[in-house]
Design a protein around this ligand. Structure first.
Ligand SMILES: [Zn+2]
Length: 270
């Protein structure tokens, strides 16, 4: 294959990525309205969106959800964070709480919208089995207390497979299937992709675009700088492989979500 042909293919691929990015910017609000089941065709921003990102540990918010947070904040949505542990696996809980608040400030979430749960039954530990009923109760209480209309969390594979991430998905799915979520609240799970797709950075974008998802959030170079700055707030976590993650993970650029289907409301399980 001639060098010119390779050059042409690479350039075309990068051009395709750029086109997808600009198209996404134009269509994001429409996708958000679709997942929220809002029929209004008027030109509105996202100020009607009151979203919560439910995570397990300090740093999940920027490692996995940064593109979504950056985009929602840009659209003037109220973005909350509910982190279900202090990240105390190495007894650094106090430090990690502050790091989380700093990271959220960089991403545009004020401290008043950050809730960090410190519960002895929810330790930061991949071997600990988190109680689904306890997590469900905490999430539903948070939804009602802040009149939230969007919940974003992990899917059944938890992106990294961490048991605490998976437990949150189980709890949200439980709320969905038992009809305990308010009518106007939509539930979304972050799609876990395979290893190869996960570590090819923004080059993965065409695949994410072609495969069906309910919502796709993409950030450009400016958003990436913000996500990277948020990651760097987590000083206790900055081991060498974290720098590789910042450089190569597609979750630093792209988030895709699927809707978690909801069952009949107020279903009683006997
Ligand atoms: Zn985590």
């Amino acid at each position: 294959m001639s060098i010119y042909l390779i050059f042409f293919i690479v350039l075309s691929y990068l051009f395709w990525i750029k086109c997808i990015y600009y198209r996404h910017r134009r269509t994001l609000m429409k996708s958000l309205k679709h997942v929220m089941n809002v029929l209004s065709s008027g030109e509105t921003d996202g100020s009607d969106i009151r979203a919560v990102i439910v995570t397990a540990h300090p740093d999940d918010e920027c490692m996995f959800f940064a593109p979504t947070i950056v985009r929602l904040v840009e659209l003037n949505a109220s973005v909350h964070l509910l982190c279900l542990s202090e990240g105390n696996y190495y007894n650094q809980g106090t430090q990690r709480k502050q790091e989380l608040l700093n990271s959220c400030a960089v991403l545009g979430i004020p401290a008043s919208r950050v809730t960090i749960v410190d519960h002895k039954k929810l330790p930061d530990d991949p071997k600990a089995e988190w109680s689904i009923s306890l997590i469900s109760a905490l999430i539903v209480k948070h939804i009602r207390a802040h009149s939230l209309n969007m919940v974003l969390t992990f899917d059944g594979r938890g992106v990294s497979g961490h048991a605490n991430h998976v437990a949150i998905h189980k709890a949200v799915s439980h709320l969905a299937s038992t009809g305990q979520v308010p009518n106007d609240c939509c539930l979304l799970s972050l799609v876990t992709v395979g290893l190869l797709r996960k570590y090819i950075s923004f080059l993965e974008l065409p695949l994410s675009w072609l495969l069906f998802s309910s919502l796709c959030c993409i950030i450009g170079s400016q958003g990436y700088r913000q996500a990277k700055a948020a990651m760097l707030c987590h000083r206790t976590q900055l081991l060498w492989f974290r720098y590789l993650y910042i450089t190569f993970s597609r979750y630093m650029f792209i988030n895709t979500f699927q809707i978690i289907p909801q069952g009949p409301k107020n279903l009683k399980i006997y």
